[in-house]
Design a protein around this ligand. Structure first.
Ligand SMILES: C[S@@+](CC[C@H](N)C(=O)[O-])C[C@H]1O[C@@H](n2cnc3c(N)ncnc32)[C@H](O)[C@@H]1O
Length: 235
């Protein structure tokens, strides 16, 4: 898979928008030939696998690290949940191949979290770096950079959304070496969630010192994973 050039929106073809059964939308990535989110329910996957999988919906002040930001479906699900509960949200994401702003707008129109000022500001600024938004108890930073060479925060994230394209198409974000680096970004008690339940992903998470749990998957997938950094452990 060729490495995309950073901070240049993909413009080769207009990506196909996919209407999913829960009423939310996702789109096909022209570069990876895969959908950004689940065709069986993009919002349902975001809520079940990532927001609930990391227990972010219960956290009094979540700090989320996401790889990668994609169309922002996970961000909007998290944003809507934090806003409904009246808690502060800090959200840091990496994205090295920003989709066109128009695509983010079309996918989000009338959808969960889309009316929130943080999302509206994101649409105005996308994809101009640095993308830093602070409004209504939300801090969002999107780094338009390759996460593999990023200087990641240590012991910081209460939640980590590992949401690359599939291990077959986007293998570099699923290697044992990179997963071990990700484990170090979790605060004690922090939880990593991913839609993949592949054996090699499970083994990498366990080798990184995390307690791995299989959970029922979102619609259309049997299982997904979460991996917890125990209190007082050093990954
Ligand atoms: C499955 S999509 C993410 C969907 C997204 N979480 C959402 O809610 O819409 C995977 C994303 O990871 C990004 N990505 C893949 N490898 C990356 C890397 N090495 N650094 C930064 N972003 C990467 C891709 O460009 C793509 O946008």
């Amino acid at each position: 898979m060729s490495q995309p050039s950073i901070n240049q929106p993909s413009t080769t073809q207009s990506p196909e928008i996919i209407q999913t059964p829960d009423g939310s939308r996702t789109a096909m990535s022209t570069r990876y030939g895969e959908a950004y989110g689940s065709r069986h329910g993009a919002h349902t996957q975001a809520r079940h696998v990532f927001v609930e999988g990391t227990e972010t919906h219960l956290h009094p002040a979540p700090r989320v690290l996401e790889i990668g930001f994609g169309l922002g479906v996970n961000f909007r699900a998290t944003l809507a949940d934090a806003a409904a509960r009246g808690v502060r949200l800090e959200y840091m994401a990496y994205e090295f191949d920003p989709a066109p702003a128009e695509l983010l707008r079309e996918v989000s129109e009338g959808e969960v979290g889309a009316e929130h000022p943080a999302w509206q500001q994101l649409l105005e600024q996308w994809p101009h770096a640095p993308l830093e938004i602070e409004t209504e108890n939300v801090r969002l930073t999107v780094y338009f950079a390759d996460v593999l060479t990023a200087d990641l925060p240590q012991d910081w994230a209460t939640a980590l959304y590992l949401d690359g394209f599939s291990p077959t198409r986007n293998p570099e974000v699923w290697t044992p070496e990179f997963v071990a680096q990700l484990a170090g970004t979790l605060a004690p008690g922090g939880i990593l969630a991913t839609y993949s339940a592949a054996g090699h992903v499970r083994r990498s998470l366990a080798a990184a010192g995390l307690e791995v749990e299989r959970r029922p998957g979102a619609t259309g997938k049997r299982e997904c994973l979460r991996a917890i950094r125990g209190e007082g452990t050093q990954p």
